[in-house]
Design a protein around this ligand. Structure first.
Ligand SMILES: CC(C)(COP(=O)(O)OP(=O)(O)OC[C@H]1O[C@@H](n2cnc3c(N)ncnc32)[C@H](O)[C@@H]1OP(=O)(O)O)[C@@H](O)C(=O)NCCC(=O)NCCS
Length: 166
């Protein structure tokens, strides 16, 4: 049974949080691990909104931290589904800092995550296709295909080396 398609805008998710001392390192900057956690959550929410299924995180692509985000700043995460395959889905998460007193915004990270849809027995399940309308949506999906190929090749390589070490 084919599922009705959904637009990227149907699942778009934005999360905003203030950086508190508990989230920070001794320099007063948000911990990288906290940013990674928030990226996982924002990406998962967008993918849940697309699939309305249980999901597991299958892969997180290389992550850069371009600027520190300090205590008192806002951290803003914008998650957009870029591609949906048979049972897996890619989401782009952009991270910004915003100074509360000036409103100055900087993009600090860009992440791509892949989630796999499963049922309660951990069986992979089909997800709705992504309906691409704008040129930007089509470009993002095309780029997602190339990343997926690279990711699956990297997984094969990792599997082979993990097998050799086991
Ligand atoms: C992710 C997981 C379900 C994949 O299982 P698997 O048997 O290797 O995957 P399959 O070969 O059946 O592939 C299922 C789908 O996932 C995709 N996939 C699997 N691993 C992937 C990876 N590393 N990167 C991108 N896509 C991946 C496949 O391309 C396939 O997509 P499609 O059905 O849309 O074509 C499995 O490795 C797992 O459970 N990992 C642990 C997940 C976890 O604990 N995450 C953290 C907490 S949520």
């Amino acid at each position: 049974m084919s599922l009705p398609p959904k637009r990227p805008s149907d699942s778009y998710t934005e999360m905003t949080q203030v950086v508190l001392p508990n989230d920070a390192n001794p320099l007063g900057f948000i911990l990288g691990g906290t940013v990674m956690h928030l990226i996982d959550i924002a990406g998962a929410i967008a993918c849940h909104r697309h699939t309305r299924t249980l999901l597991v995180t299958a892969a997180v692509d290389g992550l850069q931290f371009l600027h520190p985000i300090k205590i008192g700043d806002l951290i803003i995460l914008q998650a957009t589904v870029t591609a949906a395959y048979a049972t897996s889905i890619e989401v782009e998460v952009k991270v910004f800092s915003e100074e509360t007193l000036t409103g100055t915004r900087k993009m600090t990270s860009l992440a791509y995550l892949t989630f796999v849809a499963i049922d309660s027995q951990f069986k992979r399940i089909g997800i709705p296709p992504l309906q691409l309308v704008t040129d930007e949506e089509k470009r993002k999906a095309w780029e997602a295909d190339a990343r997926r190929e690279a990711r699956l090749a990297a997984k094969q390589k990792f599997r082979a080396s993990a097998g050799a070490l086991a």
